[in-house]
Design a protein around this ligand. Structure first.
Ligand SMILES: Cc1cc2nc3c(=O)[nH]c(=O)nc-3n(C[C@H](O)[C@H](O)[C@H](O)COP(=O)(O)OP(=O)(O)OC[C@H]3O[C@@H](n4cnc5c(N)ncnc54)[C@H](O)[C@@H]3O)c2cc1C
Length: 474
C-alpha cells in the first residue's frame, strides 16, 4: 500500500474517541473510514484538487439510520462535521480537518413515477444519474450542466442549468425533502408540512439539516434537443457579445444559452488547428421542437465568421455530459462569481479584454443567461436571490496542479474586481469561503434575517456550520 501523508507523519490529526467509535460501529450499515484505511485517500479527496484536508472519520451512510447515528456521533464528540453530497463544493465545504465527514454517496437511488410525473432521489445522487433515470421516460428535472455534480448541494443552493428558462431552477420543481436535524430528528418539509423549513432548504444550503431524499415534479423534455456550442475567435468577442445581447432580448423560454471564453480544448470534435486557440462560444439548448429551435438559432449561427458550429440535434443526456471533460476532478480550481443585470457595452468590453489575457489552457469561464421561468417566481418565495438578474458570471481559474495556480487565480480576481461596479447579486453555490458578510450579501439583508431566525429554530448551536453559514447568533 502506498504511504499516505498520515503515515508519513505530515498530518498529526485528532484521533476519534475509541468508545464513541465502537458505539457507532456496532450499528452502522455503511462504511466507516479512518486515517490509514486503504480507501481513506480516495474518500477524503473532493472534486477541487486544491483542497487537501484530513478528517478523523468518513462515515459513508447507507440510509437514514446511519445519518442519524453520524449526527449523534458528531454531537457526542464535539468534532466539526462536514456533510457531503457529490463533493463538488468549490471551496471544499464537504471535507474538514480533524472532524467527521458525513458522506451520502452510497445513498444514490432514484425512483421515477412517470404516471404521477414525480421523481424521488436520495441525497448521494449525481446529476447524470437523475437525468438517465428521468430521460428514460422523456422527463426531466432542471439542474446543472456537469453530470458528476451532486444533486444535493446543487439543489440546496438553487440549481441553474440548461432548462431553467423553461422550467425554472431545480428548487422550483422541488416538492418535498426528508431531512435529519441537528438534534438527530427525522422530519419532512414541503409546502404543507414544516413550510418554514421548506422555504429555507430552497436556497439556504445545508444550514438546517441533512437532506436524505428529495422529491421533484417532472416535466416533459426531448429526449432529443437542439443543442451545442458555436465558436468564434476570441478577438471577435466584443462583436459576438453585442450581437448575442440583442439576439437574446426577445427569446422564447425554450432557449437557454451560456457564453464561454477559453482556449479551444483538444477534443475530437474540435479540429486540430483550433486546439489552444482563444475562442468565445455561445452554447445553446432549445427545450422544444427541433424545427422551432433551428429557426430560433439560425441568426446566431449566421453571425460573423464562426470557426466551428457544433449545435445539432442530440440526446439531452449527451448535452449534459458535454462539459464533463472540461471540469475533471483533481484539477486546481478557484472561482469568483457575480450576477449582472444585463450585458452592457462596458461589461462586454471588460469581459472581452480580460478573456484575452487568460493563460491557462484549462480555464473555461461560463456566463449563464437567466430570465424566463427563473424570473417569474417571487424573490421572497424561495431563499435563492437574484431571480431578476440577467446573467451569472462564473469566473474560474483552473490549472492541473499548483503550478501557475496563483497567477491564474489573480487573473480571475482581477476580472471579478473590474466587474464590481456592475455586480447585482451572487449565487450562493458559486461562492468560495468568503465569510458571513458575503453570505449576507448573497441572500440580501431581509432574507438573511429570516434565515437566521430559522437557523435558531432548527440548529441553534450551529452544528451544521461547514456551509455558506448563517450564524444563529450574530
Ligand atoms: C464541475 C461543476 C459544475 C457545476 N455546475 C453547476 C451548474 O451547472 N449549476 C449550478 O447551479 N451549480 C453548479 N455547480 C455548483 C454546485 O451547485 C455546487 O458546487 C454544489 O454545492 C455541489 O453540490 P455537491 O453535493 O456536489 O457538493 P458537496 O461538496 O457535497 O456539498 C456542498 C455543500 O452542500 C452541503 N450538502 C451537501 N449535501 C447535503 C445534504 N444532503 N444535506 C445538507 N447539506 C448538504 C455540504 O455540506 C456543503 O456545504 C457546479 C459545480 C462544479 C464543481
Amino acid at each position: 500500500m502506498p504511504m499516505t501523508q498520515i503515515d508519513a507523519g505530515v498530518h498529526e490529526g485528532v484521533k476519534l474517541d475509541q468508545a464513541a467509535y465502537a458505539r457507532i460501529e456496532s450499528t452502522f450499515e455503511g462504511e466507516l473510514i479512518r486515517p490509514g484505511d486503504p480507501s481513506y485517500e480516495e474518500h477524503r479527496k473532493i472534486w477541487n484538487g486544491s483542497i487537501d484536508r484530513f478528517p478523523a472519520l468518513i462515515a459513508r451512510c447507507r440510509g437514514v439510520p446511519d445519518v442519524i447515528a453520524a449526527v449523534e456521533l458528531g454531537r457526542e464528540t464535539d468534532l466539526p462535521v462536514a456533510v457531503r453530497g457529490g463533493g463538488h463544493s468549490f471551496p471544499g465545504l464537504s471535507v474538514c480537518d480533524d472532524g467527521i465527514v458525513i458522506d451520502l454517496g452510497l445513498m444514490n437511488a432514484v425512483h421515477v413515477d412517470p404516471e404521477a410525473r414525480v421523481a424521488r432521489a436520495q441525497a448521494g445522487v449525481r446529476l447524470g444519474e437523475l437525468d438517465r433515470a428521468t430521460q428514460a421516460f422523456g422527463l426531466a428535472v432542471p439542474a446543472g450542466i456537469v453530470t458528476t455534480t451532486g444533486l444535493a448541494g446543487l439543489t440546496l443552493g438553487g440549481g441553474i442549468g440548461w432548462l431553467m428558462r423553461k422550467y425554472g431552477l431545480t428548487i422550483d420543481q422541488l416538492l418535498s425533502v426528508d431531512l435529519v436535524t441537528a438534534a438527530g430528528e427525522f422530519v419532512k418539509a414541503s409546502e404543507s408540512e414544516n413550510a418554514d423549513l421548506f422555504w429555507g432548504v430552497r436556497g439556504g444550503g445545508g444550514n438546517f439539516g441533512i437532506v436524505t431524499e428529495f422529491e421533484f415534479r417532472l416535466n416533459s423534455l426531448g429526449p432529443i434537443v437542439l443543442a451545442g456550442p458555436i465558436y468564434w475567435p476570441m478577438e471577435d468577442s466584443p462583436a459576438v457579445l453585442r450581437f448575442y445581447r440583442d439576439w437574446i432580448a426577445d427569446m422564447p423560454d425554450e432557449l437557454t444559452t451560456i457564453v464561454i471564453h477559453r482556449k479551444a480544448p483538444p477534443l475530437p470534435a474540435v479540429p486540430a488547428e483550433m486546439h489552444g486557440r482563444p475562442v468565445v462560444s455561445v452554447a445553446v439548448c432549445y427545450a422544444g421542437p427541433i424545427e422551432e429551435g433551428e429557426k430560433v438559432v439560425r441568426p446566431l449561427r449566421e453571425f460573423g465568421s464562426p470557426l466551428l458550429d457544433l449545435c445539432a440535434p442530440k440526446p439531452f443526456v449527451d448535452l449534459q455530459s458535454m462539459f464533463d471533460v472540461s471540469f475533471p476532478p483533481g484539477y486546481w480550481y478557484y472561482f469568483r462569481s457575480c450576477d449582472v443585470a444585463e450585458l452592457t457595452d462596458e461589461i462586454i468590453d471588460i469581459t472581452a479584454e480580460h478573456a484575452l489575457r487568460l493563460e491557462s489552457p484549462l480555464t473555461a469561464f461560463p456566463i449563464f443567461q437567466l430570465g424566463g421561468a427563473v424570473g417569474r417566481v417571487g424573490e421572497g418565495d424561495t431563499v435563492f436571490n437574484g431571480r431578476r438578474a440577467g446573467h451569472t458570471f462564473n469566473i474560474n481559474a483552473t490549472t492541473e496542479t499548483s503550478e501557475r495556480f496563483d497567477e491564474e487565480r489573480e487573473w480571475a480576481r482581477t476580472l471579478w474586481s473590474a466587474l464590481a461596479p456592475y455586480h447585482t447579486s451572487v449565487y450562493a453555490n458559486f461562492l468560495m469561503d468568503e465569510g458571513e458578510e458575503r453570505t449576507r450579501q448573497a441572500y440580501g439583508a431581509e432574507k438573511h434575517d429570516r434565515l437566521r431566525a430559522l437557523k435558531r429554530k432548527y440548529d441553534p448551536e450551529n452544528f451544521f456550520r461547514l456551509n455558506q453559514n448563517i450564524s444563529p447568533t450574530q
